[in-house]
Design a protein around this ligand. Sequence first.
Ligand code: ATP
Ligand code: MG
Length: 391
Amino acid sequence: MIEKVLIVKYGEIAMRGNNRRLFVTKLVESIRRNIDSEGNFYVVREQGRLIVEDRGGEMDFDRIIPKVICVLGILGVCPGIKLTDQSMDNICKRALGHMQKFYGDKPTTFKVVTKRSNKQYPLLSNEVSAEVGGYILENMPNLTVDIHNPQETVFVELRNEAYIYSKFIKGFGGLPYGSSGKGVSLLSGGIDSPVATFMMAKRGVEVSGVYFHSPPYTSERAKQKVIDLAKIISQYTGGFKLYVVPFTELQLYLLENVPEDKLTIFLKRSMMRAAEKIAENEHAMALITGDSIGQVASQTMQGINAINAVCKMPVLRPLAGMDKQEIVDIARRIGTFDTSIQPYEDCCTIFVAKHPETKPKTSVIDKIEYKLTQLPDFLEKALENTEVIEL
Ligand code: ATP
Ligand code: MG
């Protein structure tokens, strides 16, 4: 008999009328994708939540929770139990068992909250809560009731079956992956762009990545680092397509032909053009970058204007208003930080100006670029030689 279940709560998608069915389906697909290889699981749709059941026997929460918690669109999960026998006697006993397992003899304050979706149930919600709470209290001297500010809340849900749970393990929230169309993310090996990629994935955008590689100025290790980051992101997205665009020749051409202090602006413009081409082929609707306003010379408002001027697609910059520390906190939480800080630089020092222009004028940049007659050819060649890596 299945008793241990994982109750999956989702938030925002519950509010979206017509799309709701589709979103819940996506959520179920993502959960299945993450746990199917782990055993024989059922994902049951209940009103406003999903219930994961292990048909193979006792669910191993330690193994299954990490696999489910990284599904985007989930508010959180609660390890709990499902009871077919809904008698008060059984509910009390099982609720006690649940509390003993999770709280042992640790002093804890608690309350019981009952949700009675099954309107046929012979007792009212408050009556169930009082009875269950009383029973737990009698049997666990380490617990005390605190109605207003309890450390733990025990939920009893009376539906077709009864569910009991207390712990809530927080997920990432957002929307189910793939429910918002496609975007192409400029993914470097730094801290920022993996976070930006994740943030858009979290809003349901199906993401693929583009990395501009300049061997031998950027090493194989630098490329591997980006692949590693893409792999980490793929834990949330179920897969990830990474385009690696060889940019050495184009970069050397720019180095020879543009003023050193504006080199980065020209390079970034070329990156945006290439990424936009890839995005068009992918039928994507937006580009994504890890820019944060004022963080470096090219990320001033003027710099962003001069760079943005070359593309038609919207460029999503989810980190635009964030401080470095906020970005680092997310990078740690999603697991990209340690890889991002490995010392393989994504750009060689010969391509970085000592005193980069911080307030470029788009009109000036346009004028210089107009004379770079070979630039479109270099761009085309780079795109032709692009490597696609499926993770
Ligand atoms: P990150 O931490 O993401 O590397 P950064 O702080 O180093 O960003 P920049 O180097 O100015 O900032 O890059 C700004 C954005 O441009 C990056 O977030 C990324 O989206 C994109 N970008 C920069 N270099 C590359 C590259 N080699 N390949 C792909 N995208 C890049
Ligand atoms: Mg960088």
